[in-house]
Design a protein around this ligand. Structure first.
Ligand code: BGC
Ligand code: NOJ
Length: 808
């Protein structure tokens, strides 16, 4: 069952009823000011860092779900309703929510009133705009009251939820005209405040939550709405909020428009105050002035749309399958941008306080955004590199506000270093800009280094940390955070990853070996490029050694082993009680070139197909683990079928898709692609539950009671990797160091497709034709009518370049 539809032309998903199977969300903002918004206007806003600079409050895991947001209430003659449905939930005569690129519009009708609320963050400013239109559809004059509502967070989101002995005393606000200023802690060490304003004269306000709601009322029944007037309350401690009270008169058929604005301001120490105790409002007033009319807001909205138009024009596909087009052209790229911006911080599954930017996560995210925002990708690479240690290991996470590594989790995830090579290689393949290798970025110790030095440290970290079978030591974990082979956790609440009670010089990861072999050749190329020929030679030798080690100790009979545990026993081997096969090394070892000469790759991928394939995608392992296994760690803590214990972990499915394209099996690659791509699952939204326009991290596996149900939408490496799989390997438009390679591997029944691809200053208009209905193989390529040698398009410094590709 569906709950809406894709409006492809406008790049929107249109939700037709408010009670979606889970709140279906969108993100506002793409620079420094961000908001998360549900289809009923729930959610919250923050500046740069969802944990450290949270501007408005939200209640995770509340009953009912999705509590806290940008709420509006319309009052008339003793009754009231919420035009976004939440929180008051009266039945609306019509409802529609359009989630678009960086904006959300909710339209509804009730009692002969038509309300439209558009939410977005304009480019270049730290502010969120709510453009509210109210139209009187009736024949009579109406006198309405409109109440706005949002609740401030006291900036540090975790402290805000826990430290009540202090926080119930610190809250402070100021009200000036139609503007409510939130200035908690501004009197001491904060030099920032938040404001919420409306571009019209108000008849009243509230800034104290209890005065607005009543102590025993929910958001659905504020006492102010019961009374039909505000209390003009000033918050002293407790919970500061912002609510405006406006009287709106509408003639028959008349429409009025209000612009609300939530803004964030920073002042220098010496410019904090206007007079003792009164905050300096200069910057706030300028910001308000900038967006205080419909014309100004509409202009900003146009600019936002142009920004997205331009971004998404970097890659666009014409194909007979609209589902594929909407994934590739719009939603997958949009999700790539969101994961670039938010990493794993704020979604409905990530509360915005636990993780900041992950070394592993963000490096992988860059694979999906290098073509969109190369300059910002370059900066992110540098920010990540600073948190790397001289021995190549890296802080697993850092906070975006401080850019400092997170001591609590530390380092020791032995896949981390390699992801930096993936990210830098992707950046250079996209841009051709090798100068990044010379960029000076110190190690975490402050030791001077170039980006190339960082890559060398990454590569050598693997070489210097090999185990008994000459395979890479796994450390706390590799990509699979839950395969904890060097830590035996016995106490509830302990971190499965970081409890250190076993020495970590025995457990080894075949997956890291596969990653090493995948990233290694790129490292060799880069070493040669910077003239480090000796190092390049050494690296080649190490790669050969690793290849031998995997072929000797990393294979089971029909697939690649997953690991060796602390005792030296095989993990992911036939005959094991549980988890005989894991997905990760199968994709990665083949990407790393293993098993291609002796048919082992085919055999492996057939095993994957037999053992892991399901109606809803490829499961991460089989059979699922039925009891807690201390030697395997968190993976066995999940009930069978969930998360790392046998769910369809959408992040690693594309590794197998890519492996299938490497052996030329386009039908299977695309079968796997379309099983998990959300647009293909839209028709089962009631089962899938999360948004049909973005990937979720996981879909419950065959052994779960809720087989097919997705969780953890939005912030997942799934986005970047599926984009890589479909665009670079299935459609086969692949940036390489030498240029843009064209090497499709598609289902045999496709006739072809067209792609427009911006690449290093050129714009290629590529038409792929498949007259012989093959899966793989390029017979001829014509550039501007002329046949070229090979499959690589070099950069052309001119307008659209027509490319014709004949498969066969
Ligand atoms: C989850 C993993 C996640 C990790 C992050 C685990 O509980 O299962 O998917 O990567 O937490 O720390
Ligand atoms: C989610 C984490 O963000 C990611 O780093 C990890 O690789 C996967 N889970 C698998 O455990």
């Amino acid at each position: 069952m569906k709950y809406g539809y894709f409006d492809d032309k406008n790049k929107e998903y249109v939700i037709e009823r408010p009670d979606t199977p889970y709140p279906w969300i969108n993100y506002l903002g793409s620079e420094e000011f961000f908001g998360l918004i549900s289809n009923t206007a729930g959610g919250y806003s923050f500046y740069k860092d969802a944990s450290k600079r949270r501007l408005t409050r939200y209640r995770y895991n509340n009953v009912p779900t999705d509590a806290g947001g940008r709420y509006y209430y319309i009052y008339e003659n003793g009754s009231y309703f919420s035009p976004g449905w939440a929180p008051q939930k009266s039945e609306l005569d019509s409802y529609e929510c359009r989630h678009g690129m960086g904006y959300t519009v909710i339209k509804s009708e009730k009692n002969d009133l038509k309300i439209e609320m558009k939410f977005f963050v304009p480019q270049g400013d730290n502010t969120e705009l709510h453009q509210i239109k109210i139209k009187n559809l009736s024949q009579k004059k109406r006198k309405l009251k409109l109440f706005s509502f949002l609740e401030f967070c006291l900036y540090d989101a975790e402290d805000d939820m826990t430290n009540f002995q202090r926080n119930f005393n610190t809250g402070e606000v100021e009200v000036d005209g139609s503007t409510i200023y939130h200035k908690t802690e501004y009197r001491e060490r904060r030099n920032h405040y938040t404001f919420f304003t409306v571009n019209q004269k108000i008849s009243g306000f509230d800034t104290d939550r209890e005065s607005f709601l009543g102590l025993y009322n929910s958001f659905a029944e504020p006492q102010v709405l019961e009374a039909g007037k505000s209390n003009d309350s000033i918050a002293h401690g407790w919970s500061p909020i912002a609510s405006h009270f406006l009287e709106v008169e509408l003639e028959a058929g008349e429409e009025k428009e209000l612009i609300f604005q939530l803004g964030y301001i920073e002042n220098k120490d010496e410019e904090k105050w206007e007079s003792p105790g009164v905050i300096n409002k200069d910057k706030a007033e300028k910001l308000m002035e900038k967006y205080n009319s419909t014309a100004k807001v509409e202009k900003a909205f146009d600019q936002l749309n142009q920004h997205w138009e331009k971004l998404l024009s970097s890659f666009s596909l014409e194909h007979s399958d609209p589902k594929l087009e909407r994934m590739v052209n719009t939603w997958n790229q949009y999700q790539n941008m969101v994961t670039y911006n938010l990493a794993r911080s704020a979604s409905y599954f990530e509360s915005g306080i636990s993780r900041g930017i992950g070394f592993r996560d963000s490096n992988q995210d860059l694979l999906g955004s290098a073509h969109l925002i190369p300059e910002r990708v370059k900066q992110r690479i540098k920010d990540l590199a600073v948190t790397q240690f001289e021995d190549g290991s890296a802080f697993h996470q850092y906070q975006p506000l401080t850019k400092k590594g997170n001591d609590k989790i530390g380092s020791g995830f032995n896949d981390d270093p390699l992801w930096l090579i993936f990210a830098v290689a992707a950046y250079i393949k996209e841009t051709g800009d090798y100068s990044i290798l010379e960029a000076e970025v110190p190690f975490n110790s402050d030791k001077k280094a170039t980006i190339f030095d960082h890559l060398e440290a990454s590569f050598m970290h693997v070489v210097n940390n090999l185990g008994p079978h000459d395979l890479p030591l796994i450390g706390h974990a590799d990509w699979n955070d839950c395969l904890n082979l060097s830590a035996f956790s016995e106490k509830p609440g302990e971190s499965f990853q970081t409890v250190s009670n076993k020495d970590d010089s025995s457990a080894e990861s075949v997956m890291i070996a596969g990653m090493f072999l995948t990233a290694g050749p790129d490292f060799v190329h880069l070493a040669e490029k910077v003239g480090e020929n000796g190092l390049a030679k050494k690296a080649r030798t190490e790669l050969e050694k690793m290849k031998k080690a995997v072929n000797k100790a990393g294979r089971d009979e029909e697939w690649f082993l997953r690991a060796y545990d602390y005792y030296g026993d095989k993990v992911g081997a036939k005959g094991n009680q549980y988890a005989e096969i894991f997905i990760e090394p199968q994709g990665f070892c083949i990407m790393g070139g293993l098993g291609l000469e002796d048919g082992f790759a085919e055999k492996t991928l057939n095993s994957v197909n037999q053992r892991l394939n399901s109606e809803h995608g490829l499961m991460i392992l089989d059979p699922t683990i039925k009891e807690y296994q201390i030697n395997l760690g968190e993976v066995s803590s999940y009930p069978p079928g969930y998360k790392e214990n046998g769910a369809i972990f959408c992040h690693n499915n594309p590794w197998v898709m890519i492996a299938e394209t490497i052996i030329g099996n386009g039908d299977r690659a695309f079968e796997y692609y379309s099983k998990i791509a959300p647009a293909y699952r839209e028709k089962i939204s009631d089962l899938h539950r999360t948004e049909p326009y973005v990937y979720s991290q996981m879909i419950a596996g065959q052994d779960a009671a809720s087989f097919g149900e997705a969780k953890n939408s939005w912030l997942t490496g799934t986005a970047a990797w599926n984009f890589v799989a479909i665009t670079q390997w299935i459609l086969g438009i692949r940036p390489e160091f030498e240029g843009l390679k064209i090497d499709p591997c598609i289902p045999e029944d496709w006739n072809g497709f067209k792609v427009q691809r911006k690449f290093r200053g050129s714009k290629f208009e590529i038409e792929v034709k498949n007259p012989e209905h093959v899966s793989k193989g390029v017979k001829e390529i014509f550039v501007e009518g002329e046949k070229i040698e090979g499959q690589i398009l070099k950069d052309f410094d001119k307008g659209p370049v027509k490319v014709e590709v004949i498969m066969g």
